[in-house]
Ligand binder design. Structure first.
Ligand code: ATP
Length: 654
């Protein structure tokens, strides 16, 4: 039999406690309460603001609050003072910056109009750059009937577009032009250019010619398109933004891209606004960001504003909010059709409704390309036109802006002319005929599958990783129910096999990176999208319907009626005559139960392209904005966390 084990002393009933310390019982969660880091006045950022206001080293919280309320009352009393002298002084020291894929709009808040700078840089490379070509005549081929044709997908989409246009013209009692396309083709085929001697062309561009061997490293903005690229092949053109985000496709490194953005901003501030860079610490900047922004985009831009340009303080504000300020509307559905992106968002009482935001990857440049293709099909006489050359692209843009529009009056054969100006070919005058090309091109917004969408968002996340949460390592870019819904609707269009393949690839990548898939944060009614798909291409009118539907949480009541009666259309891409009217008609046909649908142009004859910038100036005048300024010290101490407390406030989380 095994011997009995000796029992320990405690078990033998000796009354000593194991420790003299009082053991703390678990807290009863019912009565548990703490406000640690829950009140604004405990945050460094607010205490810092309060101290700065007082000019005292430190104060107790109660005192700060009393002082604040006194000051606020004083400010209320002399509000006029704020609106006149103080406000004007502040405007003269604030630079409002609105960056677009094609144009940067920048100016002092006290200016009437911003300076517009094309977002392009010509950089001298170490070895000659082989420029790509996109010659119009080589884009299509002759079919058996002798007509010019593009690929099958394009031709099918074009047929659908033409059918839609015919139905519309019939409804408006417009008669078709008998034998129209043949008449147009025959005229264009035999149209010959007239050479204009350079001394007879008052608009001849001042092409850049370098003397000796002195060649600058960078040429910025408009000047870059005056560079004869064939003569100076060591230069390459870069567009740092594409589709409304960083252009990761054309650059090898993020530093290279940022140095181009820096050059554009530096040139605009020092040369155009005449502000010496050394004085920027005394200036503030209002930076206008997309509604459905990318966190990395905002963080990197703020780095640039604080570290490289050294602005004293900055505020960031969303595009649609600025547009609504600029238009003086407290609630609106803002549709911004830009060069390479189109956004739709609903704004109410100074807030962009998070679930209504939609960002689509098409815009005015897609219409330009479509117009060029349609002209190519009808034997456009300028056959050497190369869309990769900046002056030829600009020519096509100007033809689009001059001749495209959606009025029934233009549906007839028209004879137009234009001048081509190239550094090697001089000036030539061409005549050409068009029939329905000018109407069909803007129609593309309602059937965007016809645009060249394949290369969009190519190499996304090549230079920058997906923004992830520091705690959960989950993608944390803001999401919107409207946007996610449309992504899910368009997803089945991809072939099943392709889908499965890429899902498998994604899951492999996920395992490697330990990054989980994004989730829909707002309503939770939808499962998370199968993959991180961002390229949203969807008809404009349907996108507006979806945005308003999501803004009202599916209830098309008074709120929806209000939004439908104030659809504000801005941005350069929608500046076609008759476009607002067409959009209004299409919305009415799809929402017959909503009376008074109105698509409004910007009020007071304001330019649709600068209205968001104007709104940025007005934002600078709001008294509340003083709480939104991020100082250099805040950015250096807290980094992007400061955005939770300031400027974007709760938008930053979603
Ligand atoms: N009068 C016009 N008619 C038609 N299109 C126009 C007109 N004026 C400008 N555009 C087009 O508007 C586009 C530029 O618009 P905008 O300046 O709003 O773009 P962005 O803000 O630079 O780009 P994004 O919003 O995509 O970032 C170009 O495609 C240009 O061809």
């Amino acid at each position: 039999m095994a011997p009995k084990r000796k029992q320990s002393d405690t078990e033998e009933g000796i009354d000593f406690k194991f420790t003299q310390f009082q053991i703390v019982p678990p807290i009863n969660q019912k009565n548990f309460y703490t406000d640690y880091l829950k009140r604004d006045d405990q945050m460094y950022i607010w205490r810092d603001t309060a101290n700065a206001k007082d000019g005292e080293p430190d104060t107790t919280i109660g005192d700060v609050k009393q002082e604040d309320s006194k000051k606020a009352a004083e400010e209320e009393e002399d509000g006029m003072e704020e609106n006149t002298q103080e406000g004007k002084q502040r405007d003269a020291k604030t630079v409002v910056i609105h960056v677009g894929s094609q144009n940067l709009r920048i100016g002092l808040a006290s200016d009437h109009f911003p300076k517009t700078v094309p977002m392009v840089v010509a950089r001298k490379m170490r070895v000659n750059f082989e420029h790509p070509h996109l010659q119009l005549s080589k884009m299509c081929e002759k079919n058996e009937d002798g007509n010019l044709e593009f690929d099958e997908e394009f031709e099918n989409n074009l047929k659908l577009l033409q059918t839609e246009l015919k139905a519309r013209l019939k409804a408006k009692k417009n008669r078709p032009v008998p034998n129209g396309p043949a008449l147009v083709n025959n005229f264009n085929k035999i149209s010959k250019p007239e050479v204009i001697p350079s001394h007879e062309d008052p608009l001849k561009p001042d092409w850049i010619q370098f003397e000796n061997n002195e060649r600058p490293d960078v040429i910025i903005g408009e000047k870059a398109s005056l560079l004869p690229l064939k003569e100076y092949p060591e230069y390459r053109l870069f567009h740092p933004l594409k589709d409304g985000i960083f252009n990761e496709n054309d650059y090898e490194s993020s530093q290279q891209m940022f140095s181009d953005i820096y050059e554009i901003l530096k040139y605009s501030i020092s040369d155009l606004l005449q502000i010496p860079l050394s004085q920027l610490p005394q200036y503030s900047s209002v930076f206008i960001v997309p509604d459905l922004y990318d966190r990395i985009y905002i963080e990197r831009f703020l780095d640039l504003l604080f570290y490289d340009l050294q602005f004293g303080k900055s505020a960031i504000v969303q595009e649609s909010l600025c547009t609504s300020f600029g238009a003086g509307m407290s609630s609106a559905c803002v549709v911004d059709v830009g060069a390479e992106k189109t956004s739709v968002s609903c704004v109410e009482e100074g807030i962009v409704i998070p679930n209504s935001r939609i960002n689509m990857k098409y815009g005015g440049d897609d219409v330009t390309l479509l117009f060029a293709k349609l002209l190519a099909k009808s034997n456009f006489p300028y056959r050497e036109l190369d869309l990769c050359l900046p002056y030829d692209w600009d020519l096509m843009q100007s033809l689009k802006e001059k001749y495209c529009g959606i009025s029934q009056g233009t549906y007839n054969i028209q004879v137009n002319d234009f001048h081509s100006r190239t550094p090697d070919g001089g000036t030539k005058k061409y005549s050409f005929k068009v029939l329905d090309e000018t109407i069909l091109s803007p129609f593309g917004y309602f059937r965007p599958d016809i645009f060249e969408n394949g290369e969009k968002l190519k190499d996304r996340y090549k230079l920058f990783p997906v923004s992830v949460d520091v705690y959960e390592n989950q993608p944390n870019n803001p999401e919107s129910l409207a946007h996610t819904t449309l992504l899910q609707i368009t997803a089945p269009l991809a072939s099943k096999e392709e889908e499965l393949k890429s899902v498998a690839e994604d899951s492999k990548a996920d395992d490697a990176n330990k990054v989980k898939k994004p989730r829909v944060v707002h309503l939770g009614s939808l499962a998370y999208p199968e993959r991180i798909k961002e390229k949203l291409i969807y008809p404009l009118d349907d996108a507006i319907n979806q945005s308003i539907f999501s803004a009202c949480e599916g209830n098309l009541g008074d709120q929806a009626k209000n939004l439908y009666s104030s659809i504000l259309i801005v941005g350069g891409g929608a500046l076609f005559p008759g476009f607002s009217h067409l959009l209004e008609e299409r919305l009415q046909s799809k929402r017959a139960n909503i009376p008074n649908i109105a698509v409004l142009p910007p009020p007071r004859g304001l330019d649709a392209q600068i209205i968001a910038w104007k709104g940025g100036c007005i934002y600078n005048r709001l008294r509340i904005v003083s709480e939104f300024w991020i100082k250099t010290s805040d950015w250096k101490t807290l980094g992007s966390r400061v955005l939770q407390y300031k400027t974007l406030g709760y938008f930053w989380t979603g």
